[in-house]
Design a protein around this ligand. Sequence first.
Ligand SMILES: *[C@@H]1O[C@H](CO)[C@@H](O)[C@H](O)[C@H]1NC(C)=O
Ligand SMILES: *[C@@H]1O[C@H](CO)[C@@H](O)[C@H](O)[C@H]1NC(C)=O
Ligand SMILES: *[C@@H]1O[C@H](CO)[C@@H](O)[C@H](O)[C@H]1NC(C)=O
Length: 603
Amino acid sequence: MPTDPYVATTMFWSSAALLALVQLCVANPLLLKRWDDFGVKHAWAEIPRGWELHGPAPADYTFDMRIGLKQDKFDELVTSLYEVSDPAHERYGQHLSKEEVAALVAPHPDSVDLVESWLSAHGLDPASSQRSHAGDFVTIRVSVAQAEKMLGTQYNVYRHGKSDDYVIRTMNYSLPNVLHEHVTVVAPTTYFSTMKSMKATSFVQEDGPTIESDADVAHLLKGPHSLATVPTSCNTVITPACLRALYNTTTYVPKAIAKNSLGVAGYLDEFANRADLQTFFSRFRTDAVGGTFTTVKVNGGGDDQTDPGVEANLDIQYTEGISFPTPNVYYSTGGSPPFNPDSNTPTNTNEPYLDWLNFIASQTTIPQTFTTSYGDDEQTVPLDYATTVCNLFAQLGARGSSIMFSSGDDGVGAGDCLTNDGKNTKHFQPNFPASCPFVTTVGGTIRVNPEVAVSFSGGGFSNYFARPSYQSTAVSTFLTKLGSTNAGQFNTTGRAYPDVAAQGQGFQVVIGGRVGSVGGTSASSPTFAGVIALLNDFRLSQGKASLGFLNPLIYSTGVPGFNDITSGSNPGCGTNGFTAGAGWDPVTGLGTPDFGKLQALIG
Ligand SMILES: *[C@@H]1O[C@H](CO)[C@@H](O)[C@H](O)[C@H]1NC(C)=O
Ligand SMILES: *[C@@H]1O[C@H](CO)[C@@H](O)[C@H](O)[C@H]1NC(C)=O
Ligand SMILES: *[C@@H]1O[C@H](CO)[C@@H](O)[C@H](O)[C@H]1NC(C)=O
């Protein structure tokens, strides 16, 4: 198993300084005491739904504790992000380098000092820790007994009913009060997601229609067309030819393939299959036969070519189906257990987003376009964890990457939509990371001539993140039209999503050599990312910067580059949800992309 590749540097604290600190702590009970003066960092009111308490965690079980340090100049990073992403700003396109970003997100030396002495006070050797590229994450191997003392808590083994996964987590954790303004998050603690229980937002449509090749729609590849020529077969069966026609990319030939790339983030047990991609190309995009992708394994992620994943194959077949011959990269993020499991011990301490994000942050060159089709209900992700992860996406935007996420497949919320704050009130359930203001969230559509919203398209308003200014006009216009509909069910001041949309049902995907029909906004996000990768190709081929963080552009000068989707709705939580209409709406955002028009707007 490779060691954590995101760790670019391992920092060794001076052992003399360390010794001095240890002596100081031992000698001075007041200093010791401050590490026992706790304030709660995050607490759940009840065990997260779907999980059950299995028993106390073994005291000697060890795991890697990741400590997020406050990013000292994060406000400056956000200011830079908005300036370099705003087409009206003089800094537009002047993206930051890895080192420039690192300088802004590095912790203050005081934060490092304090965390160091905290570790030492608990008998940990800070020299054994690993640090992220910017130094904003410290990772150190601890025992359950040590972690419990450090965080004033008790760790337990919890079982996820559906997947039968076991994890070590805690219902709440505290930090010494002196650390609260220096530490953003400690993981694993109260974030209960595991790889398997992370809800991949794709589903195989058991009775979905399938076709074996693209002969029906292939004539669309031959030349300019109008939307009216998108064949009626695309109403039920989606292939790359449908999407290329619908989104107006058919005639574009990528020219910047030496500089441009598209990244697909995938997680444990989802492997993108090479043979299936060839079969897919031979059926649905014959000019791309022989085209391939690179798999990058992050934190022990695998690449089992005998075990093709529905999500992974969907993602890579459609990003490549649209962006070919742009190089595509599949990130397989794992996390092999650091111990020999037995029947009573858990096998998983993964913190998926942090592993992947820290890996990407350590890379000098990163793809200009990313897509991720995973998410959770926002309320199941602790606020401290969600904020830390969301802020990491801001770094990628500042470096010039466009980050797409699926909006979710439950409309405004699945099931009873009860809050988990102990009050059990009914409330629309936004998704995370869809709700993060630093990503571009993609909802779903169905049918052609015209496209309409697909009923499962996730949409709504964050309860964690305030509405960013780039969408304030679009969203307040919508809210005014909405009036009192759904009042009290959603947070009118929150970041609203999706931002955009793309087709989300009937996708023909080759899995294990066979064509299946797959749906979900996890089809929409790779589709939209494929179009963005072509726009980035166009920008780069003109000697211009990549598009980077898209939202300031798409909510301003980019608006005419979208096909506004004006009918359909996204019911959920026992309501009719929201309704798509003229302008932005929380079902399909600004609409679906018209590559030709966007190309003219960004030229
Ligand atoms: C933390 O969780 C434990 C149960 O594991 C509970 O007894 C305790 O009251 C909780 N503390 C807070 C602050 O919620
Ligand atoms: C509504 O969203 C804001 C952020 O805009 C947040 O501060 C507030 O706590 C949210 N309210 C509820 C009830 O979740
Ligand atoms: C498609 O792109 C072309 C330019 O390539 C543009 O003229 C046209 O308006 C776009 N939209 C449609 C629906 O054809």
